[in-house]
Design a binder for this molecule. Structure first.
Ligand code: ADP
Ligand code: S3P
Ligand code: MG
Length: 165
């Protein structure tokens, strides 16, 4: 199983879907699986808080099988999830701050970025707290800056295929 990890807006959901198509395999996104049974992410955060969302994320990651699985940016925080991720091939989508700023300007459904600090400032804080974990888990790290979805897919595909040969 290939897992995509990385900060919010690095492209895990978008690249994951395209990668699964290129590899002719199945695709799921833990956020989408959670939303199907529990309602929207902003609603879960507002009604039950982040820890409850993390509990749902743990249960979902444990129970979900797909050729390619996109995770949410904070899924790496829970040790149970890191254990699951280590059993598969982990692709880390690494993103620079300028790309984050451009993409987050259009983001509306990420409750952890809301608040008075401003979206980019919050993104920066979360990334600072998580970057070492992303790096530690990664079997393959791909910098997304300046690359199209198709270019990223080709890059990942090349590495994944040569790693399993
Ligand atoms: N390589 C890319 N080039 C340009 N835009 C991208 C690329 N990857 C993702 N995006 C866009 O960035 C935004 C965030 O992507 P998304 O897949 O939701 O990220 P994540 O799941 O990591 O939060 C979306 O609007 C998506 O269309
Ligand atoms: O980084 C995070 O803590 C989160 C990332 C989101 O997923 P994306 O990384 O796909 O945006 C989603 O799981 C939730 O809003 C929390
Ligand atoms: Mg996503």
């Amino acid at each position: 199983m290939i897992y995509l990890i990385g900060p919010m807006a690095s492209g895990k959901s978008t690249v994951g879907k395209a990668l699964a198509k290129a590899l002719d395999t199945t695709f799921l996104d833990t956020d989408e699986v959670i939303v199907m049974s529990h309602g929207s992410i902003p609603q879960i955060f507002a009604e039950h808080g982040e820890e409850h969302f993390r509990d749902l994320e743990v249960a979902t990651l444990r129970a979900t099988q797909a050729g390619v699985l996109a995770t949410g940016g904070g899924a790496v925080l829970r040790p149970e999830n890191r254990e699951v991720l280590r059993r598969g091939t982990v692709v880390y989508l690494q993103m620079d701050e300028d790309t984050a700023a451009r993409r987050l300007a259009r983001s509306q459904d990420r409750p952890l970025l809301a608040g008075e600090d401003g979206v980019l400032q919050r993104w920066r804080q979360l990334f600072a707290a998580r970057r070492d974990i992303y790096e530690d888990l990664a079997d393959l790290t791909v910098m997304v800056e300046g690359k199209s979805v198709n270019e990223l897919v080709a890059l990942i595909q090349g590495h994944v295929i040569s790693a399993t040969r």
